[in-house]
Design a protein around this ligand. Structure first.
Ligand code: FDA
Length: 307
């Protein structure tokens, strides 16, 4: 019940101010976010890499309202790319970007987001790494997939994210399952209307399995983005059924969630990539993490009232 309320709150400025000012928020945020500064993030990335994990780094930011912010976000990613290369982490760490941080929702947003993300993708390729385009709410999917298509003409390793809760996604998976594509399948983290998305969790899970089948049967590189033990087991079964070796797909989980399972999968020889967010603009990301797990929310609310 509270999930949709939290997802709506994730886009409210007044609630943002309230939550950000609460002293109990910080320790909870630290669980999901690898620091506000780049050097803190690099430290986390280094220690994950030392433990055999792969990484995708997200410089937090989304839903910007000024063109100048898009440029600042682009520059933050360019600095991140340089630092990853300097630390010799290019081969282990890719980057995840939200096009709304690059201006996608502003006037002429499609072109603006493309113009801002292109230098990041170019720099990533020069540093021996790549970029995956996160997927945001359903109104952005066509624009994001069109930008992906453009980027992939020159940088075919650019990755996409698809969300199983959207009705359209199974078809998108067919379109994206070709040679050389990199597709992260997730369940979806935004508040979506019944006209476009399954509302029942069981339907979302069933759709996830259908999409996973399409990707595993295809010629691309599936990235299984889920903490759900059932989805992890089904992915392993499907990979075996379609004759994929362990380096022909990967698992992905978020920083701070099921860390022991991440290590266990690496020990079994799987490729496991951790999504590492950092930066000051953590509010929307944090609220989505609270919304998807009642235990996180209960803990947070308890600490609010006990202070
Ligand atoms: P779900 O939330 O359905 O939980 C199923 C089960 O997983 C639980 O019952 C429990 O067993 C286990 N589990 C889940 N969370 C746990 C926890 N904290 N501790 C212990 N067990 C837990 N979304 C989006 O819309 N766009 C995007 O670009 C991305 N990108 C992205 C990248 C990566 C790497 C990941 C892992 C996820 C995303 N997401 C995302 C978020 C995604 O859409 C989804 O909201 C979350 O992954 C939660 O869904 P799950 O599949 O993990 O399981």
């Amino acid at each position: 019940m509270l999930g949709p309320v939290l997802l709506a709150a994730a886009r409210s400025d007044s609630i943002r101010r309230l939550v950000s000012a609460a002293p109990v928020t910080r320790p909870m945020v630290d669980r999901f976010v690898a620091g506000e500064q780049l050097d803190q993030c690099l430290q986390s990335v280094g220690s994950l890499a030392d433990r055999g994990l792969e990484i995708t780094v997200d410089h937090l930011g989304e839903d910007i309202t000024e063109r100048a912010e898009a440029v600042r976000n682009r520059d933050a990613y360019l600095a991140l790319t340089e630092e990853l290369a300097a630390a010799g982490l290019g081969a282990r760490a890719e980057m995840s970007v939200k096009l709304s941080a690059f201006g996608q929702a502003l006037p002429d947003g499609h072109d603006l987001a493309y113009a801002n993300v292109l230098p990041v993708v170019e720099a990533a390729a020069a540093a021996g790494t790549t970029v995956t385009l996160d997927m945001e709410d359903h109104t952005t999917v066509d624009s994001t997939l069109a930008i992906l298509g453009e980027l992939r003409k020159r940088f075919p390793a650019t990755g996409a994210v698809v969300q199983s809760y959207l009705f359209r996604t199974e078809e998108d998976c067919h379109a994206l399952a070709g040679e050389g594509s990199r597709v992260r399948l997730v369940k979806g983290a935004y508040k979506e209307p019944a006209e476009v998305a399954f509302q029942d969790k069981r339907e979302v899970d069933k759709a996830y399995v259908r999409c996973l089948k399409v990707l595993m049967a295809g010629k691309g590189y599936p990235m299984v983005g889920s903490h759900d033990p059932r989805m992890v087991a089904i992915a392993q079964d499907l990979a075996a059924r379609y004759g994929r070796k362990q380096d022909e797909y990967e698992f992905q989980m978020l920083y701070g969630i099921r860390a022991a399972e991440q290590t266990r999968l690496v020990a079994q020889g799987h490729r496991m990539r951790v999504y590492v967010p950092y930066g000051t603009d953590w509010y929307g990301y944090f609220m989505r993490r609270l919304a998807e797990r009642p235990a996180n929310l209960a803990f947070f609310l308890r600490s609010l009232v006990s202070k």
